[in-house]
Design a protein around this ligand. Structure first.
Ligand SMILES: Cc1cc2nc3c(=O)[nH]c(=O)nc-3n(C[C@H](O)[C@H](O)[C@H](O)COP(=O)(O)OP(=O)(O)OC[C@H]3O[C@@H](n4cnc5c(N)ncnc54)[C@H](O)[C@@H]3O)c2cc1C
Length: 421
């Protein structure tokens, strides 16, 4: 069944897909853009399951600039996304991020801090004494030699931001349909099944990549997508915004991208000690993090090497025991608390370097990736959506994100970011 020709097909309607659709329509209202999203409840989408933090505290200049742009967008988001006078309420709260460092991490933190200052970021270098003065309940700073505080870092309502982009994109003419993309259609036709299975396996090495190149050739072009309901949509531009499922989608064209679903868990607790002020997102050198949430709650979490790879959304309450210990050792006022709820979500983990993979896949003309955002993609939604729209409409980039090009996957050249949480 032919369901039409489009200028751009977007696979996945999370923050990346919806922001991309908005930016395309903003660039040219005459464009025919369709977003194909498997589940509009967004129950499993990372966008709906994140810690919703935005920060300029990264070590890679481009990641900092992406967040600087996000801050600007968030400031004006409610106005910009108004549809017929109805504005989304995104509750953007600049409660700050406080990264803490031990001797081992201090030097790289200082380097990143200097770069952030040069870019004009609101970030301060704090001594342990200053940390205690600002947050007197952080009494155990053993091993902590410094901290950096980003006063404009903060959090917001991710679902409202998602709905804001979606509603605005629709008002400008984008279509959103619920269906699942099951196959990318290329001018080389469908690939053999075993090639797709090869391509969806987790690890990447150069020989395998070369084999995949041989299968699809080097001059392929995308032609469209086929969906689970049997519809076929045609376009010479298809954007993969499928989040943790991105590698599965790419594999249907024999393309292997190093993106894997990795489970992360969040815990919400109600401490007996009642805080009279918000706490910043506080990140210990071990990677353990926590912040205050509305309703007198604290949210906490930690990425662990044993976090499983796969589409596993089970929430393991036992994991909380580990985290609780770290919390009350650091701030003993939190010794007494009640675990209220929690959830598990997936990082679309970029196995090459935990950084985004953004741009056209050079071996399949017209196939764009916005994938692999690991634990910091929500704040990258505005800049990435704009960048992909600029690539497709062939206009100059407001922000050069070519460092994240998928070419580095083919060349096996990782880029490094110290601020991965
Ligand atoms: C616990 C946790 C905490 C996090 N904390 C932060 C944070 O504090 N700050 C931050 O910036 N980021 C954070 N992140 C990361 C952030 O949530 C993600 O990087 C971001 O939401 C990715 O957006 P996305 O649109 O790429 O993916 P998603 O939001 O997952 O959207 C992808 C969509 O594609 C759809 N889809 C998949 N396959 C298909 C298909 N074949 N056909 C049609 N549709 C399909 C899915 O249904 C889904 O809705 C966190 C993530 C987790 C899990």
């Amino acid at each position: 069944m032919n369901s039409g020709n489009y200028d751009v097909i977007i696979i996945g309607g999370g923050i990346m897909g919806s922001s991309t659709a908005y930016h395309l329509m903003k660039a040219d209202k005459r464009m025919k853009v369709i977003v194909i999203e498997r589940d509009f409840s967004y129950e499993k989408a990372s966008t709906a399951l994140s810690m919703v933090n935005a920060r300029i505290q990264f070590s890679l200049k481009e990641n900092v600039e992406i967040s600087q742009y996000a801050f600007k967008v968030l400031e004006n988001f409610e106005e910009e996304m108004a549809v017929d006078g109805v504005k989304p309420a995104i509750f953007y709260r600049k409660e700050g991020n406080l990264f803490l460092y031990d001797e081992k991490s201090e030097a790289s933190a200082r380097k990143a801090f200097n770069m952030q200052k040069e870019l004009g970021c609101a970030v301060e270098w704090w001594s342990p004494e200053k940390i205690k003065e600002k947050y007197p309940i952080y009494t155990n700073l053993e091993g902590i030699v410094a901290g950096t505080f980003g006063s404009e870092d903060g959090h917001f309502d991710a679902y409202s931001v998602l709905m804001g982009y979606k509603a605005k994109a629709k008002s400008l003419g984008a279509e959103f349909i619920q269906d699942e993309v099951v196959e990318l259609i290329t001018d080389k036709g469908a690939i053999q099944k075993n090639s797709a299975e090869d391509a969806s396996s987790q690890s990447l090495n150069q020989t395998e990549t070369n084999n995949i190149r041989k299968i699809i050739g080097t001059q392929s072009s995308i032609q469209g997508v086929k969906t689970a309901s049997g519809q076929i949509f045609y376009s010479s531009s298809v954007v993969n915004c499928a989040g943790a499922w991105a590698a599965e989608v790419a594999a249907t064209a024999g393309i292997k991208i190093p993106v894997a679903p990795v489970k992360r868990q969040v815990f919400a607790v109600e401490p007996e000690f009642k805080l009279t002020y918000p706490l910043p997102l506080t990140i210990l050198p071990s990677g353990f993090y926590f912040r205050t949430e509305t309703g007198g709650l604290l949210l906490l979490g930690k990425s662990l090497p044993e976090d499983p790879t796969g589409f596993d959304f089970s929430w393991e309450q036992e994991r909380f025991e580990l985290l609780w210990g770290e919390l009350y050792e650091f701030a003993p006022v939190f010794e007494s608390l009640k675990l209220v709820k929690g959830w598990a979500g997936l990082y679309a983990m970029s196995l090459l370097d935990a950084n985004a993979i953004i741009g056209e896949w050079s071996e399949l003309k017209g196939f764009y990736l916005a994938n692999g955002f690991s634990g910091h993609g929500l704040q990258q939604g505005p800049a990435v959506g704009r960048y992909i729209a600029e690539l497709i409409t062939k206009v100059d980039h407001a922000l050069d994100l070519s460092i994240f090009s998928p070419e580095r996957v083919l060349l096996n050249k990782p880029i490094f970011e110290d601020g991965i949480v």
